[in-house]
Design a protein around this ligand. Structure first.
Ligand code: LLP
Length: 390
């Protein structure tokens, strides 16, 4: 992500500087009023659409409960995510379960309170029909399109493992019906971090082409993928037209767009070092923030200190891997030991992708409500990392 400053609520940055003095680093901090504004903007762009927040972007219960209070449902991709959603208070009719693999064990656990299920393949369809009879389902279509994003995030290419081929979709709907499921409609998800409306529009055209073979539907779920720089209004009319063409209610599954800009990762600088390159050494790296190492993602950096003079630095984490560099060639005031800085646009797929690699405890996650801080997730305990091992 290479964007300028996100829009924060007035007062957030001052509160963040104060928090950086109080809380142990690394920690994630979220501007909740800003999330609420993103939800409002999204709704304004897609009036009438039902929103299922992709909770993988940021699954903290305190956040989910607020989104539920705003009337959103959630999109989940594992048994764990569905159970988390239930824990946050969502009911089965507020949860859409996606994913290429749902094991018999997963489905048995869900049998008592089954969510909506998105069918992803023939074996998936038959297994869901066997273990969740009568459940309401969508059929995911893989439109076979190239889209402009990182290769790991493009999920609707012909080669990708998701969904049914467009020509299979009509028979998948029929088979679902014949096997006793309740097919509601079609599902499309093109990939993540898409910033070009054209990519969505090409996907919508593939679904338009299926209208003759499929007939009217109750639901058209056009997935997520809305990048932070995407102009939502450039695709909203087409999404509305397409759902009207099917006589269907429009469902959407935004993740990143609702939370990315509202979140930052705060780390402290513990030294400066010059090898072949000038480094600042941070107490948070790839274990707490994987996106730079995994996708080459670029997140802008905001110093939360004032320093004398300036330098241009690579920012390295504490891991024993040369790839543990969160940003390169960043111009910053010269820090003193213990000064804090923030990686921006880290509210989505930051905390949710933190790993215990190198026995790193889960980072603290806090939310600013507009008047104070709430702990959404306490920092993990080191001893918990080996709990159960003996
Ligand atoms: N619906 C489905 C079926 C999905 O697979 C995803 C994301 C979403 C909705 C939400 O997409 P969003 O609106 O957030 O783009 N870890 C990666 C992102 C992986 C997204 C996977 N699926 C990252 O850090 O960029």
């Amino acid at each position: 992500m290479n964007l300028a400053m996100p829009q924060f609520t007035e007062g957030f940055l001052e509160a963040l500087k104060e928090a950086a003095r109080r809380f142990p680093t690394p920690f994630y901090a979220y501007d909740l009023p800003q999330v609420e504004r993103e939800v409002a903007l999204f709704r304004e762009a897609f009036p009438g659409a039902r929103l299922f927040y992709a909770l993988k972007a940021n699954p903290r219960l305190g956040l989910l409960r607020r989104l539920r209070a705003l009337g959103l449902g959630v999109e989940a991709v594992s048994l764990g995510e569905v159970l988390r959603a239930y824990r946050a208070g969502f009911g089965p009719e507020e949860v859409v379960l996606n994913g290429p693999v749902k094991t018999p064990e997963d489905l048995r656990v869900l049998a008592e309170r089954p969510p909506y299920v998105v069918l992803d393949s023939w074996p998936d369809l038959r297994r869901v029909a066997r273990l969740l009879p009568g459940v309401r389902v969508l059929v995911r279509v893989n439109p076979g399109l190239e889209v402009a994003t990182h290769a790991h995030l493009a999920t609707a290419r012909k080669e990708s493992q998701f969904g049914f081929l467009p020509e299979e979709a009509p028979s998948a709907l029929e088979e679902a019906q014949a096997l006793g499921l309740r097919p509601l409609g079609l599902h499309l998800h093109l990939g993540s971090h898409l910033d070009r409306p054209e990519d969505f529009l090409r996907g919508y055209r593939v679904l338009e082409g299926l209208r003759g073979a499929v007939g009217p539907l109750e639901v058209l779920d056009l997935g997520g993928g809305f990048g932070p720089a995407l102009d939502l209004k450039a695709l909203a009319p087409e999404a509305a037209r397409l759902s009207a063409l099917y006589g269907a209610q429009l469902w959407l599954e935004p993740g990143r767009r609702l939370v990315a800009g509202a979140g930052v990762l705060v780390v402290r600088v513990w030294g400066e070092k010059r090898t072949g390159r000038p480094y600042l050494l941070l107490d948070g790296g790839m274990s707490v923030f994987l996106r730079p190492a995994l996708y080459g993602a670029r997140h802008p950096v905001l110093p939360l200190y004032e320093g004398e003079g300036e330098g241009v630095y690579d920012l390295a984490g504490p891991a024993c891997e040369a790839g543990d560099v969160l940003a390169r060639e960043v111009r910053l005031p010269r820090p003193e030991e213990g000064d804090a800085l923030a990686f921006l646009w880290a509210g989505a797929y930051g905390g949710s992708m933190a790993t215990p690699y190198l026995d790193t405890p889960a980072p603290l996650e806090v939310a600013w409500t507009g008047s104070g801080w709430e702990v959404l997730r306490p920092r993990g305990r080191i001893e918990a990392l080996w709990a159960g091992e003996g």
